[in-house]
Design a protein around this ligand. Structure first.
Ligand code: ARG
Length: 575
């Protein structure tokens, strides 16, 4: 793709200036005021070497470099040389590049030959997959796609919460009040019912808690009866989770969760001991982190059973040894910030220098629009909003809107799924991930706001323009070269600029672990496209003008579809 800084640097370069190409390139600025051009080169640094006033140097350079086809105008103002991009040249470069690359436009190979792990979703087995889980699931999936797009070899891991004391409770509850029949009918809701009952009854009868602890110890020791029940709960839960993942179009390469590491822990407990890091404390074993301003990391409980952080230590080392990752990304709520800080510190104290490549990517809370904090949705109390129900509602509401609009020639069944679920995903990825946000149906499904449906609608609109063009026109715009001066208007130029920046934006979003950077850019593209669509007649009589404009419409459609794809959202042709 055309790189204006390179062109400018090459034009300016002259041995007498005493600067390398790279140095010149780095001096180039993007003026805040458009009137000062698209790029500017300041000449202050050259004054000393050339023994000339910077203004004069700028005037000399401007006179020397005028004439490159990439620029409509080069002028000097004070000590600056200002470059104005030639809009027709620029449009031609961008539109042709998008047409050539197609679905690959926006992708790059920065990460080639390096492996990145993205760990996301990671729900707790035998507990409901509720709306709070959407964040890790959807942000993680977008990060996987972004890292894949910039060339990394990505491994997707679902670190299932399939181990821990809650399974002791679940087994006790099932044995006391459970029935196989009831469980088979509606597994998670039933398990949730038992679990809720356990907590209610344990308030009256604390001995239940002891029983649960003992049961977990037996599970960890591999007692067949407990293991059998645990396996059953795990399988039933996974079937339910997979139903939601299917709706979201999400898959994983590995479901190695906490239980996977249960037999790998003794090695680390020994290692912590050998390295002098373990301290006995009231029967438990801990790593003291007071020196680093943190509460201790508890490695084993007094009954010998393992803990969350212990399993995370084992998981990190296993992943390093097994995958030799360049980066391992953990997409987990900011509520677990302390856990991840403690865990990283323990790895560091163990001498694992690569712990710096383990990155916790935190995110804020989602709450419901009636002001109920998600925390109020308690698994223990049994008051939760299931993610599956949210997705189904989104699809139903979308189908309703579509029926009202009486959109012609649309398969409402398929498209309401693509739009409804896309809307929920888009909303999730719209805000800076660290911010808490409020889930509201009005916002999610607004076809005119900065929403998924709005962007998808823009894609459908571009598709419709292309459908209305003739076969011959469509054949002609595939990679053709036209009179790009028809794309010099402000609205066309603004759109071209946004399309041009996509590869850079994709890289930045990956680099900052922030899909919302791409989501916002995509909204800008959609708005800019709609402005172009309103300002200009596209299917005009003049053949040259029509083809140039159709080529821009086609490029916009390709870019919107590509970006939606990177966010994990479908791009319907009609809606
Ligand atoms: N299962 C945990 C939860 O639902 C999240 C797991 C996060 N990942 C990790 N490696 N600790 O809270």
């Amino acid at each position: 793709m055309v790189d204006f800084k390179d062109i400018i640097a090459n034009e300016i370069y002259d041995e007498a200036l005493g600067l390398t190409l790279e140095e010149i390139r780095n001096l180039i600025e993007i003026p805040a005021d458009e009137k000062m051009g698209d790029y500017a080169f300041p000449c202050f640094r050259l004054a000393k070497a050339l023994r000339k006033a910077p203004q004069m140097i700028a005037a000399d350079i401007a006179a020397r470099v005028s004439g490159n086809e990439a620029f409509a105008k080069v002028e000097n103002v004070n000590a600056y040389v200002n470059f104005f991009i030639d809009r027709a040249f620029f449009a031609g470069q961008v539109v042709t590049e998008v047409a050539d690359k197609g679905a690959a436009y926006g992708r790059s190979d920065e990460g080639k030959g390096r492996k990145v792990i993205v760990e996301y979703s990671s729900p707790n087995i035998a507990k409901p997959f509720h709306i709070g889980h959407i964040r890790s699931t959807v942000i993680g999936n977008a990060l996987y796609k972004l890292y894949d797009a910039v060339g990394f070899d990505v491994v997707r891991i679902n670190h299932l919460g399939d181990y821990g004391t809650q399974f002791g409770k679940m087994i006790v509850a099932y044995r006391k009040w459970g029935s196989e029949e009831e469980l088979a009918k509606d597994p998670i809701k039933t398990l949730l019912k038992y679990y809720t009952r356990f907590h209610k009854e344990a308030k009256e009868d604390p001995s239940l808690e002891d029983e649960a602890r003992e049961t977990f110890v037996r599970l960890e020791a591999g007692e067949p009866e407990e293991v059998e029940l645990w396996k059953k709960f795990r399988e039933l839960s996974l079937t339910e989770f997979n139903r939601v993942y299917d709706m979201l179009g999400i898959t994983f390469d590995s479901y190695a969760g906490e239980s996977f590491y249960s037999d790998k822990m003794p090695r680390f407990i020994q290692e912590l001991k050998d390295k002098g890091l373990l301290i006995q404390s009231q029967g438990a074993q801990i790593v003291d982190l007071e020196e680093y301003g943190m509460s201790p990391a508890m490695i084993t409980k007094s009954d010998g059973s393992s803990l969350y952080v212990t399993r995370d230590i084992a998981a990190a080392v296993y992943r390093k040894e097994h995958y030799d990752f360049y980066k391992c990304i953990y997409v987990v709520a900011s509520q677990q910030n302390l856990h991840f800080k403690q865990w990283k510190k323990v790895l560091e104290l163990m001498g694992y220098e690569w712990q710096k490549d383990c990155i916790h990517v935190p995110f804020g809370l989602v709450s419901l629009s009636d002001g109920d904090d998600i925390k109020m949705m308690s698994t223990r109390e049994g008051t939760v909003v299931f993610l599956e129900d949210v997705l189904n509602t989104a699809v139903e509401k979308t189908a309703e809107i579509m029926r009202e609009k009486q959109t012609q020639g649309v398969d409402i069944d398929t498209v309401s799924k693509e739009v409804g679920i896309g809307a929920v995903i888009f909303q999730e990825l719209s805000n800076n991930r660290i911010k808490d946000y409020v889930f509201s149906w009005d916002k999610v499904l607004n076809f005119d706001g900065e929403t998924g449906p709005y962007v998808q609608y823009t894609h459908a609109r571009a598709s419709s323009v292309l459908r209305n063009a003739s076969e011959a026109d469509l054949a002609a715009i595939r990679g053709g070269n036209f009179d790009w001066s028809y794309l010099e208007s402000d609205s066309a130029y603004a759109l071209v600029k946004l399309l041009y920046r996509v590869p850079e934006v994709v890289l930045e979003a990956a680099d900052k672990y922030e899909p919302s950077i791409l989501t916002r850019h995509l909204v800008d593209i959609a708005q800019s496209f709609n402005k172009f669509y309103h300002d200009e007649h596209i299917l005009v009589d003049d053949e040259n003008e029509k083809l140039a404009k159709l080529a821009l419409v086609s490029a916009s459609r390709t870019v919107i579809a590509n970006c939606l794809g990177l966010l994990g959202i479908k791009a319907p042709e009609r809606m």
